[in-house]
Write a protein that binds this ligand. Structure first.
Ligand SMILES: NC(=O)c1ccc[n+]([C@@H]2O[C@H](COP(=O)([O-])OP(=O)(O)OC[C@H]3O[C@@H](n4cnc5c(N)ncnc54)[C@H](O)[C@@H]3O)[C@@H](O)[C@H]2O)c1
Length: 345
């Protein structure tokens, strides 16, 4: 029988359910323990998902030698401390996004992974969203020519989700880091690292939140590519990560909740004679599977990397790079100046 990774989970709050449902169908992993500082939550998840053990103190879970790796659906503010403890206890770590809320913590996590030789993966789940994976592949295959401009948005109305009184509503958890990191990471996945950002932000909806609810960051990349990220936690629309990628020979428009990618092309293998007189481009709809929170794919890949000694895709440096772009945007908002993004970890 193929080996299975024995997983522990620290954090039994709302997103742990998605991790647990993802693990349930996997052939290369099994969950053997869960911990939460609110013990009843760990107990409830253990009962619902038939997990053999649960703990209040995560250090008891980390002390178990039979556990190979842990996933950490925990508040952003404790990612660093608990990821480092887990790495030092000899566990591979899948930490939720955003990796951390400041660069010093990201550096500490990267150093701990290096020192222990254990894999540290950051759960940038967009890397496993079928439309995003397909769009990256189309760009790499040259379907839209050379990249010109990329924009992505994370528009998610938090006024009903709430969060007031919880860890999400703190001055250091800027929405551009918390939710916006998905759009930043998607931009980085397709266009690489922006070198400089200029940003503006405002707060007109979530007036009792100590951060801006709406932010735009414009970006400069190598090779003349330009980009934009938009993040709103106050928008009055359905949740979306609408993204557009413009190239010299075509354009892609897609999101995480539409079952197709729109592909616009000037010509299609020399068949431009099919264009009508007023028509300048051919539009095609390329079907894609919908799977917005593909935790199964993400955790399966994490375990496969461990089993086959293959480096994870979104390691500490990748996670920190996305955080660093977000922090540069925050700094540009504060200073009113363009900010170079620091990738020195
Ligand atoms: N990938 C995604 O799309 C996605 C979606 C939602 C949330 N998230 C991320 O998942 C993480 C968790 O979010 P959530 O919505 O589940 O939060 P949550 O508040 O519902 O759950 C967090 C849990 O961690 C527990 N906890 C806090 N400190 C602890 C400690 N020191 N030891 C043990 N347990 C502790 C809390 O008691 C709580 O049960 C966050 O980083 C968030 O950004 C990611």
């Amino acid at each position: 029988m193929n080996k299975k990774i024995k997983l522990g989970m620290i954090g039994a709050g709302s997103f742990s359910r998605e991790h647990l449902e993802g693990i349930r169908g996997l052939k290369n992993a099994e969950i053997v323990a869960i911990a939460d500082s609110i013990e009843e939550r760990a107990k409830e998840k253990a009962e619902t998902f038939a997990i053999p053990s649960y703990y209040k103190d995560y250090k008891e879970l980390l002390a178990r030698e039979d556990i190979d790796a842990v996933t950490l659906p925990l508040p952003d503010q404790v990612h660093c401390q608990i990821a480092v403890d887990a790495l030092r206890a000899g566990k591979h770590v899948l930490c939720e996004k955003p990796m951390a809320l400041d660069i010093e913590e990201c550096k500490t996590m990267i150093a701990a992974a290096k020192e222990t030789g254990k894999q540290l993966m950051v759960g940038q789940i967009g890397r496993y969203t079928p439309a995003f994976v397909k769009a990256k592949q189309l760009v790499e295959e040259g379907v839209i020519g050379d990249l010109v401009f990329i924009e992505s948005e994370y528009a998610h109305d938090y006024s009903k989700i709430g969060g007031t009184g919880g860890w999400r509503v703190t001055p250091e958890r800027h929405p551009i880091l918390g939710g916006g990191c998905h759009a930043i990471d998607l931009i980085r996945m397709i266009a690489g690292n922006p070198t400089e950002v200029t940003a503006y932000a405002t707060n007109k909806v979530l007036l009792d939140w100590p951060i801006n609810d709406t932010t735009i960051g414009i970006m400069k990349f190598e090779n003349g590519v330009i980009g934009k990220v938009f993040n709103s936690h106050g928008c009055k629309r359905k949740y979306t990560m609408r993204t557009a990628v413009y190239g010299t020979k075509g354009t892609l428009i897609f999101d995480n909740t539409t079952p197709f990618i729109s592909v616009f092309k000037e010509e299609l293998n020399g068949m431009d004679s099919f264009l009508g007189e007023d028509q300048q481009v051919i539009e095609m709809k390329l079907p894609v599977q919908l799977n917005n929170h593909n935790c199964a794919g993400e955790i399966e890949d994490f375990c496969d990397c461990i089993l086959n000694n293959r480096p994870v895709t979104t390691d500490g440096v990748e996670g920190a790079s996305t955080v660093s772009v977000g922090l540069a945007i925050v700094k540009s908002v504060e200073t009113g100046l363009p900010v170079k993004v620091d990738y020195n970890f």
